[in-house]
Design a protein around this ligand. Structure first.
Ligand SMILES: CC(C)(COP(=O)(O)OP(=O)(O)OC[C@H]1O[C@@H](n2cnc3c(N)ncnc32)[C@H](O)[C@@H]1OP(=O)(O)O)[C@@H](O)C(=O)NCCC(=O)NCCS
Length: 464
């Protein structure tokens, strides 16, 4: 009997049919398969099917997109509008057209300080304008005045076991703030669409204002004595945040100013920014929307990477010791890759060069802590990892991202509890998500609802 050559896709589909037939046959056996066992049987066939579809059709257009983009996490797909910040693959982030060094130069600073005040960055994100010193001072005062957290939210945090990850606690508390949402109340009372932005603005201001108290409570409950000092209405946001965490070193406050500014926003498509926008598009209020953002930020491929980097560096130090040779560092990096793990803090879905947020932190480190052994290790890792990732040949971007550097700076000043690092990323990310939510409501952005397809639809479209 003559066999006709079959396309790999058809063979994959045929295997799937055979797998389905075999389950019918198997069902006559003694012990029926559990749902999980059955799934475990199906998965390898489906993986093969997707591989084949991408190999045969990946570069073909499926409507306005490529098949590869359907399967590939929508990389590069133009799908969102956000004027607040734009990420260039080569140059990095610009906030309303301004690079990080330009923001450092132009945004107002605290008296005697040299890093930008995040208050100014929020003003810039919302208006595209550089505020005056008095305007940011007023914003600091307004946030301090709105900073109190409802008692029941404090109680929720106090009841969390210290073993619950700080990001889960953070997300719980932020979600619970929706109890007092001005937007949710106004919506129930039947406000007009054109007024949505106003209560969204009020909620966003409350959200940002309350985050230092929430972050401080989590930090002190999990790692300290649970007692929180009061906010000082005459101090700026970062200063109050540092005090709530129990740090009074002025250099640490400067670090927080830089940290919040550079972590605030990274255009609209990253997981936390996009999640906030998506959930907000259902007219969920800013607390619900940002709670969802935080859950995305808590993933190790996104914000949790800053925790992962420090854990990885500490393990490396424990294994190869301080002042290890480049060869020993290289070997450790290779062992990470060979174990099927990613090198945390390296690579990016959009960037193809060293992240300017990494560079800004490196410059801060050179200025304030050039001799810190962990900073030296971070610099050494920077000198060896890109070549290794290039040689390994998988990562599209071998260069460091923001998370490769943030932990070492915090740890230098005594904030050594790595599980807390992503909470600080979350406090910062609220600035970008809130600005986006306000503009989305002002512009009447519609409910997000992209279309999903089955793999069979792709197969049908391209069958001869
Ligand atoms: C950020 C990240 C998730 C981007 O993912 P992406 O857009 O899919 O990246 P790429 O297209 O370059 O990935 C292609 C392959 O290289 C791998 N890769 C990417 N970065 C890598 C890294 N730092 N170490 C090892 N492998 C890496 C990917 O896991 C993927 O492997 P696969 O084909 O087996 O799935 C990825 O670079 C990563 O996991 N980095 C480490 C975690 C991190 O630092 N996250 C914070 C980002 S700001």
């Amino acid at each position: 009997m003559a066999f006709r050559a079959q396309s790999p896709l058809l063979s994959a589909l045929r295997s799937a049919q055979l797998a389905r037939a075999s389950v019918r046959f198997a069902s006559t056996g003694a012990k029926p398969l559990t749902l999980k066992e059955r799934l475990a049987e199906l998965i390898p066939t489906e993986i093969e099917k997707v591989k084949q579809i991408r190999a045969e059709h990946g570069k073909k257009s499926f409507g306005p997109v490529l098949v590869d983009q359907l399967y590939g996490g929508m990389r590069g797909l133009p799908a969102l509008i956000w004027d607040g910040s734009v990420l260039d693959a080569e140059e990095g982030i610009r906030f309303r057209g301004k690079s990080i060094p330009e923001c450092q130069e132009l945004l107002p600073k605290a008296p005697g300080g040299s890093e930008p005040l995040p208050e100014g960055l929020f003003w810039l994100l919302l208006t595209g304008e550089i505020p005056t010193q008095e305007q940011v001072k007023e914003l600091s005062r307004e946030w301090a005045a709105r900073a109190a957290v409802p008692e029941f939210v404090e109680e929720i945090l106090d009841r969390c076991p210290p073993t619950l990850h700080p990001m889960s606690q953070f997300s719980l508390a932020v979600t619970a703030l929706n109890h007092d949402s001005a937007f949710a109340k106004a919506y129930q009372e039947g406000i007009s669409k054109k007024d949505y932005w106003q209560s969204t603005f009020e909620d966003s201001m409350d959200l940002i204002a309350k985050l230092p108290n929430i972050a401080g409570t989590i930090y002190r409950n999990v790692f300290g004595d649970g007692k929180l000092p009061p906010i000082d209405p005459e101090k700026d946001y970062s200063h109050n945040l540092a005090t709530l965490l129990g740090f009074d070193n002025e250099a640490f406050v400067e670090l927080l100013r830089l940290y919040i500014t550079i972590h605030s926003d990274h255009e609209g498509g990253n997981v936390s920014a996009h999640t906030g926008k998506l959930v907000g598009s259902a007219l969920s209020d800013p607390f619900l929307a940002f709670g969802a953002s935080l859950n995305g930020l808590a993933g190790p491929l996104h914000g949790l990477a800053n925790q992962e980097v420090l854990i990885w560096l500490r393990k490396m130090q424990a294994k190869i010791g301080e002042n290890a040779s480049d060869e020993a560092v290289k070997e450790y990096v290779w062992s990470t890759l060979k174990a099927g793990q990613v090198v945390p803090g390296y690579g990016h879905a959009v960037l193809r060069k060293t992240d300017p947020r990494y560079t800004a932190q490196r410059e801060f480190a050179l200025k304030h802590m050039g001799n810190d052994p962990l900073f030296k290790l971070v610099a050494q890792v920077y000198s060896v990892v890109p070549d290794i990732l290039l040689e390994a040949g998988k990562a599209k971007n071998p260069w460091p991202n923001v998370d490769a550097h943030s932990g070492v700076l915090l740890s230098h000043y005594g904030l050594t509890q790595m599980q807390f690092y992503t909470v600080l990323f979350g406090v910062s990310r609220a600035f970008g998500v809130a600005a986006q939510l306000i503009w989305d409501r002002a512009l009447g952005a519609p409910l997000e609802r992209p279309k999903s397809y089955s793999s069979d639809a792709i197969h049908k479209m391209f069958k001869q």
